[in-house]
Design a protein around this ligand. Structure first.
Ligand SMILES: Cc1cc2nc3c(=O)[nH]c(=O)nc-3n(C[C@H](O)[C@H](O)[C@H](O)COP(=O)(O)O)c2cc1C
Length: 198
């Protein structure tokens, strides 16, 4: 399996890093494209540096390298995941304004009718953001907000991250064990995240 992974400059760089870690472990071939803003969020939000993130991918492509293989529809992939996806990158994809390699690769994914999953992150959402999500959805993409659920009583931040990453990988047809899947109320464990007060 071969996937393109885009990391843009929305908060939640850790989601992209976790996705790369899991895909590497599963032996999935990954082509990584990071925006300049993503390099900033990785620096500000995580303990990783650029080289460590790049090492998690099979191949890393420069954001301005529009000659890269993933810029062409003739290069076969099984889809693309943008994780996290900023509102700017969302806007670029929605408008088809492909002025960097991440945007071009997403444009190619849509035109070739391959699976494109955008793990968008912003709050609150303006009408512009919402309309861009509708546009991408109409074009065949899947918008997956970085929005974990709590019905499985997650106990750690890592569990919340894995839930978002796991949902995204599900949509790309990756077989993984990141999610505690809902199996009816009787089988859920009783313990959950602790509240500071009742
Ligand atoms: C620490 C930090 C957190 C940010 N969080 C978000 C966010 O959650 N969503 C978003 O759309 N933009 C966010 N931004 C702003 C984007 O990084 C900015 O719009 C940037 O131009 C996006 O560029 P890119 O789409 O090419 O990565 C954040 C910026 C910083 C520095």
């Amino acid at each position: 399996m071969r996937l393109v992974i885009g990391i843009s400059g929305a908060s939640g760089a850790v989601y992209g890093i976790r996705a790369l870690q899991v895909l590497k472990k599963l032996g999935v071939e990954t082509h990584l494209v990071m925006t300049n803003a993503a390099l900033e969020t990785i620096r500000l939000e995580t303990d990783y540096d650029k080289t460590e993130v790049e090492r998690l991918a099979t191949e890393t492509h420069r954001i301005d390298d529009i000659t890269s293989n993933v810029a062409s529809g003739s290069y076969r992939t099984d889809g693309m995941l943008v994780i996290p996806c900023s509102m700017k990158t969302l806007a670029g994809i929605a408008s088809g304004y492909s002025d960097n390699l991440l945007l071009r690769a997403a444009d190619v994914t849509l035109k070739e009718r391959r699976r494109l999953v955008l793990v968008v992150r912003e709050t609150p959402l303006s009408l512009i953001h919402l309309e861009n999500m509708v546009t991408v959805t109409r074009a065949g993409g899947v918008v997956l907000p970085a929005m974990p659920a709590f019905y499985n009583k997650p106990k750690t931040v890592d569990a919340l991250i894995d839930q978002v990453v796991g949902k995204a990988l599900d949509l790309l047809g990756v077989d993984h064990k990141l999610l505690k899947r809902w199996d009816g109320p009787g089988k859920q464990k009783q313990e959950g995240l602790r509240r500071t007060s009742k």
